[in-house]
Design a protein around this ligand. Structure first.
Ligand code: GLN
Length: 297
């Protein structure tokens, strides 16, 4: 009788990673590790500590079906339902954009200005996160800035359901109010304005959407990415409207594509609504964030 090969964690990971690599999947080894850890309900450290653990046939079959999903283009984060951002674990699903590392620059910049007192922090501080998606920006700011109260909007109620779960998961559900909204509409005519409006709006140009990798174009929500003509639709709208919702001297902070920042600064200058505006560069020297202060009245 032919003896069956016993698959162990290490040998299975090697075969899976080679296979993903051959199929030109990005980060093949990391993807295999994350998917197997998820399937076995282990964290990555425990997976490495169990390298010689034998696997049952059911476990292998289950893992194989996850690999098939990845091969069809589905991003790892949607398969596991998780994505790390700011070293915190966030729930994600196909209703929301998968958090990108570049958004940490937006958060870092906001925190730096809040901590230095450039944006005053006390019990009256109000921050608005426009288009919160799964809630990363609002949740991190709520965790890091104890006194501030945060409003977080999204046009998608389904996205907000995930964002609410993330707020709860990280213990800040009492500090964030989630509101279904098309940008600033629900805050119109209200007296209480914001110290800071922060946003990672959709900024991919409509006509390039179909050329994006299938992981994005087929799996991520278009509403979270498609920024209309040249990707500037929401960036421009927010720039033009935000000052009416900011306190005198309040700040606007926007993530965008580095190729859009000069345009954004020009729109700000020409609007006459801001007294100071600048780009912020990331560690690769790409300007991905624009910061501007509303003119005093
Ligand atoms: N940074 C994302 C990307 O390049 C876009 C995010 C957005 O449109 N807000 O895929």
């Amino acid at each position: 009788m032919k003896e069956r090969k016993t698959w162990r964690v290490d040998s299975l990971l090697k075969v899976a990673a080679d296979y993903l690599k051959e199929k030109k999947i990005e980060s093949p080894r990391l993807s295999a590790d994350i998917l197997l850890a998820h399937h076995l309900n282990l964290n990555r450290v425990d997976l490495y500590l169990n390298y010689d653990r034998p696997l049952s046939e059911e476990e292998i079959a289950g893992f194989r079906s996850l690999l098939r999903r990845r091969l069809s283009g589905e991003p790892v984060a949607y398969i596991t339902g998780r994505k790390e951002f700011w070293s915190l674990d966030f729930l994600v699903g196909p209703q929301v954009l998968i958090p990108r590392p570049e958004t940490e620059l937006l958060v870092e910049q906001a925190l730096a200005m809040l901590r230095k007192g450039q944006i005053p922090v006390d019990e009256k501080t109000r921050i608005l996160d426009l288009g919160t998606g799964c809630g990363i920006v609002a949740v991190v700011l709520a965790k890091e800035i104890q006194e501030a109260f945060i409003f977080a909007t999204d046009i998608s109620e389904e996205a907000l359901q995930i964002a609410r779960q993330n707020a709860k998961r990280h213990g800040v559900e009492g500090k964030i109010l989630f509101v279904v909204a098309d940008l600033l509409e629900p805050f119109r005519g209200k007296d209480s304005k914001f110290d800071l409006i922060v946003s990672n709006p959709p900024y991919i140009p409509s006509d390039t959407f179909e050329t994006l990798p299938i992981e994005i174009s087929k799996f991520e929500p278009r509403v979270a990415l498609d920024g209309g003509v040249e990707g500037m639709l929401y960036v421009e709208r927010i720039i033009r409207r935000a000052p009416y919702y900011l306190k005198s001297g309040g700040w606007l902070m926007l993530e965008m594509d580095p190729g859009q920042t000069s345009r954004a600064l020009r729109i700000m200058e020409e609007s006459g609504l801001y007294k100071e505006q600048r780009k912020v560069r990331d560690y690769a020297h790409k300007s991905r964030v624009v910061v501007a202060q509303r003119r005093n009245t």
